[in-house]
Ligand binder design. Structure first.
Ligand code: ADP
Ligand code: MG
Length: 269
């Protein structure tokens, strides 16, 4: 297997806060990988470093054997790494389809705007956008304002938005966070389908353990900005350091087995 995305010794401090402290992750091509850890452990910061929104103090990011550390976000995106944000970043006062067309335009960066808006090109962009909206199941909302979508539907729009650019790797920051169970299943199915049918590689951050364990082949655990352990779900589930970090005194003393790890102390998931 080829490692498609890799970070090495990433550190990043904000004033006195050491958000990342040597974080290492390796994502194999064509797999769904997970990144978990308590709130504040540096997951979003690592995403920001990978995608160029933050510059690390030290360390390297590699994408398909090419160092991409410190590249601007648009360059990272153009290289083939797409992402969604923990708090969605769609344009609420534009319609759903308009959001999608903005993604298409950002992808093409046309030198000649007239060509982009030419009838054939426009028809093509609209058709592709509608196909992607249908894929995530929100095509009937194409003409409503994006701001009127439910939170879960916005997450689906963000996924469709990222797919416009057809990135090789897709980073999802809490795709199931705050989303109702029906839509969570829909999101999981779409991720699985993109992976199985198109070979898309995913790295996702998520507190919902059922979601992570069910989807991911490999899971990396961050704690205080450093990688604690990385491995298959079964290894992670039974790793003592992971249980200690998340469960503290919650170990079931009756039979010595642990309950499901609870990662998010706020939501209890
Ligand atoms: N832009 C920022 N400015 C200051 N501190 C930040 C910033 N971004 C993140 N942090 C801090 O870095 C740590 C890691 O945050 P984050 O990466 O968001 O964690 P996670 O996504 O795992 O919850 C936290 O202590 C957070 O408060
Ligand atoms: Mg986060």
């Amino acid at each position: 297997m080829t490692t498609l995305l890799r970070t090495e010794g990433i550190t990043k401090a904000y004033g006195g806060v050491q958000a990342l402290n040597g974080a290492e992750i390796a994502v194999e091509e064509g797999t769904i990988a997970g990144l978990i850890g308590p709130n504040g452990s540096g997951k979003t910061t690592l995403f920001n470093v990978i995608t160029g929104y933050e510059r690390p103090d030290a360390g390297e990011v590699w994408f398909a054997d090419r160092p991409i550390t410190g590249l601007a976000p648009d360059k990272v995106f153009a290289a083939g790494i797409g992402r969604t944000f923990q708090l969605t970043r769609i344009f609420p006062r534009l319609t759903v389809i308009e959001n999608m067309l903005i993604a298409a335009q950002a992808k093409d960066r046309p030198r000649n705007m007239l060509a982009w808006f030419g009838r054939d090109a426009w028809t093509h962009h609209r058709r592709h956008a509608m196909e992607l909206l249908a894929f995530v199941g929100i095509e009937r909302h194409a003409n409503v304002l994006a701001g009127s979508l439910s939170y879960g539907q916005r997450k689906l729009l963000e996924l469709a938005y990222v797919l416009v650019a057809d990135p090789a790797v897709i980073l999802l920051d809490e795709p199931a966070g705050g989303v109702n169970p029906t839509l969570i299943n829909m999101i999981a199915d779409r991720i699985r389908q993109l992976n199985a049918e198109q070979g898309k590689t995913f790295l996702l951050v998520e507190h919902n353990m059922e979601f992570v364990m069910g989807l991911c082949a490999t899971i990396t655990v961050l704690e205080s900005g450093a990688t604690v352990v990385s491995g298959a779900p079964d290894i992670i589930r039974s790793d003592k350091r992971v249980l200690d970090a998340y469960l503290g005194a919650d170990l079931d003393e009756d039979d010595g087995t642990a309950a499901e790890p609870v990662l998010n102390k706020e939501t209890g998931r």
